[in-house]
Structure formats: C-alpha cells, structure tokens
Design a protein around this ligand. Structure first.
Ligand code: F0G
Length: 433
C-alpha cells in the first residue's frame, strides 16, 4: 500500500518494492516482496535554524566542547583547573522502574546509574579531577590500589593524559571486566597476593618512597569529582532534595564525598535541607556498620569477605570523613547479607537496568530499611548504582548457569539443535514458567 492522505509522523517503507507500512506494523520484512524495511520520517514543521537550535540546546550550552557531568559543576569542584583531562564523564541517568518499587516496598524509588560512566563506574567522576590534578602538579606517574574499578578508571584517564600508571589489585577477587580494562588501557598491573587492605598499605608506601602520585580516594581531589554524583542528582530533581540517598560503602570515599557535597550545597543555599545518607555495607565487610551500631565509639577493622568484590574492604581509609558525613546528615549505616545482595542484583538486572554486585547492595539496603520501618514507603529515596552489569560477568554466569539448585531468579540458557521444533518447544516452556 501507499499512504494517500497526509503522511503520519513516521512510517515504514520497503526499499525493494516501495510498499509502505504503518510505524507500528510488526512485520520484520516487507509482507509483499520480502524486502528490507526502512523507517521514514516526515520533516518537522520547523525551520532548519529552529531544528538545529533545539539539538544544540539539548546538548548543552557550550557547542564544540563535549560536556562533562563533573566539570559542569566546576565552581564547586576545582574552579582553578584549566588543562582538564576529561573523557567526558557524568551526565548519568536517574531511572525509575515499577518492578523495583514492588521489590523494595517503596512507592517511587529512583536509581542514579553511575554505571553509565565511560569506564562503567562512578570512579570516572573522581578520576577526571584526580588526573587533572596530577597533570597540574607535574606528576611523572600515578598509582592506586583497587578492588578493580578505581584501577580501570585510573588506567583510562592516565593513558589519556599520557602518564604511566601503576595499579595494585588483589590477585584473587578482582572481577574480570575490571582487570581486563586495566590491562587494555595499558596500566602496569600488579596482582598482589593479599587483599585490598594489603594493596592500599603497599601503594601508600610505594608512592611515598618512589615519588608516584597517589590516586586512591584518600586523595581529596578524587572526592571533589565524586561530589558531582550528588550535585547532578539534585539538579535532576530541580534542586528539591530527596529524603534519602542510599549508596554502597567500602573504602568510604564516596560516603565522605556525598557528605561534603550535601554540606556545601546546603551552605551555598543550593538546597533548603539535607537528605539523609544511608551507607550500605556487605555483612562480611562491615566494619563501618559495626562502628555505627556503637554510636561510632570506636573504629573497627575486619578480615573482609563478600561476593561483592568491589566492597571487600576491612579497614576503610576514609573512616573519619565518612563518620562526619553520617553524623551531619543524620544518616544510617547498615549491613546486608550476600544473599540479599544477589537477590537485589537479580531484581535490578531482571528489570533491564543491570548493575554489578556491590551496586545492588544499595537496593538491598533500601528493602531492609523499609522492612525495619526506618524508610517510609512514601519517602523520596535515590539509590546509587555504582557500577555496570558487565563489570562482573563471572558472577552472572555462575548465578544463572551454574548454581545448583538454580536460584529463584536463575535464567538458564538452553542449548538446542538448529531446528524449529526445538525452538518451539523452548518457547512453550518459557510461556509455561
Ligand atoms: N561500588 C563500587 C562498584 C565500587 O567499585 C566501590 C569501590 C564502591 C561501591 C564503594 O565505594 O570505596 O568509596 O566506599 N571501589 C574501590 C575500587 C574500592 O578500588 O574500585 P567507596
């Protein structure tokens, strides 16, 4: 057929025979001749200038320069920086999924997805500032200890800046995607026979003795960049603060950065009140939660163990800063079991959002806080997803393909012959489950 009257906004056309189909027609090829279909659009009722103006306006105010979701906030990050090393990064989405409201018991839970950063985690926000500062102080090399994401990010930004990078990660327990990134971006990668806490001790010694610029989150410039997670989410909410911001906590750099961002945003009059922070640790790596339970009477150190390798940390470096953040925001610290983390991850993954295990701790934390009555369902909460689903592919394969008996959310792949009847059988099985 051909549209006779005024054309709709969009339609499908067969390039082979000219047949036209509605935009919503489900055929995968032209039903008349089997040719390939193409979508066509009626030009909008705008002048060229109006149309291009709209594109530019949406992209940002500074045509020609890619916008960074960190350096947009430069007045509150590092105003004096000039030679900026930016990918760019930030500008991550604030998402909502009904399925996660149901899972957590919240009326409307928002997710700030930091996995959408260039190397797949929030670390890029700190690293653009950290590496910019390394260049400013004329560092000749940069280094970090890491559970994997910091090292992936450092490797990428150092290579962009043309700086040699040294990273130290635990020989056992770095997720595959993260290790692969460090190698691919060209960092000298040391697999340390020890845990993250050993790596951090060693890299601090090495940077002092060998004159290498240290880019762990004890570096304050990193935290300035990470503050923009909070600034950006406040901006996305038109500067109406949520009641809660919930985040996973390991080395406590991010908890410290969030507290500082809120303190400054409040002091600068950007927000009328402070949201409460909820820092979520894995139960097997929860020294901060232990201290919180005792009113921060003393600092704890533990031997850390959890499936969420990103937060497998027993002696968090930013302890004091994080205590201040929790106190000033009337915050809470809690611990969730590995089982809860994996369930939360299956829920986040299963609704098409996806995140790495440590990130799911924040969603597991929301559910626990709702159950305990600390968080009321009608309150406004934002949970931060800190890393991308593909950071840790091994845990996914194990969960979906290998765990016996299959966990409730397991999605077993089905191997079949290239035969239509077998496809039909598999489809039928799926409909029945
Ligand atoms: N989520 C992810 C995905 C992380 O990689 C980390 C920390 C955290 C949460 C916790 O943040 O340490 O500031 O409390 N990863 C560090 C690393 C330790 O080396 O990549 P934190």
């Amino acid at each position: 057929m051909r549209f006779q009257t005024e054309r709709p906004t969009s339609w499908q056309a067969c390039l082979a025979c000219g047949n036209e189909l509605a935009e919503t027609d489900p055929h995968s090829r032209c039903p008349s001749c089997g040719g390939l279909l193409e979508l066509q659009h009626r030009p909008p009722d705008l002048t060229r200038e109006e149309l291009l103006g709209r594109f530019t306006e949406r992209r940002g105010r500074d045509p020609g320069t890619p916008i960074s979701g960190v350096w947009r906030f430069r007045e509150i990050v590092l105003p004096a920086a000039r030679q900026i090393v930016s990918h760019p990064e930030g500008n991550t989405p604030l998402l909502h999924r009904d399925a996660l409201d149901r899972w957590t018991g919240m009326h409307r839970l928002l997710l700030k997805h930091e996995g959408h950063n260039p190397t797949g985690s929030f670390k890029d926000r700190g690293m653009t500032v950290g590496v910019t500062q390394a260049v400013r102080v004329r560092a000749t090399a940069v280094a970090c200890a890491s559970t994997g994401n910091t090292s992936a990010s450092l490797a990428a930004y150092a290579s962009q800046a043309g700086l040699p990078a040294l990273v130290m990660v635990p020989a056992a327990g770095v997720a595959l995607g993260k290790l692969a990134q460090s190698l691919a971006y060209g960092a000298r990668t040391l697999l340390i026979r020890g845990d993250f806490d050993d790596c951090l001790r060693l890299v601090e010694e090495a940077s002092a003795k060998l004159g290498v610029y240290l880019l762990n989150s004890i570096n304050p410039f990193r935290l300035e960049g990470q503050k923009t997670i909070v600034l950006e989410l406040l901006e996305q909410l038109s500067w109406t603060p949520p009641d809660w911001i919930v985040l996973p906590a390991g080395n406590l750099g991010n908890t410290a950065a969030f507290g500082k961002a809120l303190r400054e945003a409040y002091a600068w009059g950007l927000i009328p009140r402070m949201p409460r922070l909820a820092a979520v640790q894995a139960a097997g790596a929860a020294p901060f939660a232990q201290s919180f339970a005792e009113g921060f009477a003393r600092r704890h150190r533990v031997k850390a163990e959890t499936v969420a390798t990103a937060i497998r940390i027993g002696d968090p470096a930013s302890y004091e800063r994080a205590v201040r953040a929790i106190r000033e925001t009337d915050g809470v610290v809690l611990a969730v079991e590995d089982r809860e983390i994996l369930e939360a991850k299956a829920a986040v993954d299963g609704c098409g959002v996806g995140c790495e295990p440590a990130s799911a701790a924040s969603v597991a934390g929301v559910r626990q806080l709702v159950k305990r009555g600390v968080l009321a369902p009608e309150e406004h909460a934002v949970a931060v997803l800190t890393g991308h689903i593909l950071k840790d592919p091994e845990i996914l394969v194990r969960y979906h393909r290998e765990t016996e008996p299959a966990p409730a959310g397991a999605n077993r792949p089905i191997e079949i012959e290239a035969d239509l009847r077998e496809v039909e059988k598999a489809l039928k099985q799926q409909r029945e489950t």
